[in-house]
Write a protein that binds this ligand. Sequence first.
Ligand code: ZN
Length: 162
Amino acid sequence: MTDNASANAESADSGELRELYRELILDHARNPRHFGKLVPATHHASGINPLCGDKLELYLQVDGDRIRAAAFEGSGCAISVASASLLTETVTGLTTADASAWSNRLSASLVDAANDQDGEGLGKLRALKGVREFPSRVKCATLAWRALDAALDQNETPATTE
Ligand code: ZN
């Protein structure tokens, strides 16, 4: 796998960075942010990853074109919970268009290494990039973001990674 951009950025201390990201994932998995049902929510979507058994409900409170609040509940593996937690932190305060752009950027960078020209642009979400080495876990990481896309589209069909 070639990943020149991040290899250059991380060559000095890739081990430490990897450790840092692992800590970030574990922290969010153990203490998920914005966990619970959001009332009232203007947007909602379910997400299911049958391969791993991850399930979540994502809630948004959208005012005009801005996401005022985001929350989720559900259960799943550490990656899926951490990704959902990071999602709620990331999209709170963003416009819906910006939130969609984040979703696209993250999915592209996890699924397609060639598309990953801007690892820095992912901010904290770079922590999720470790899953790229484990294709089955990519679905765990993208589940919440698929639910976000569905919620923004006001699509009540559960988002699934299959
Ligand atoms: Zn999972």
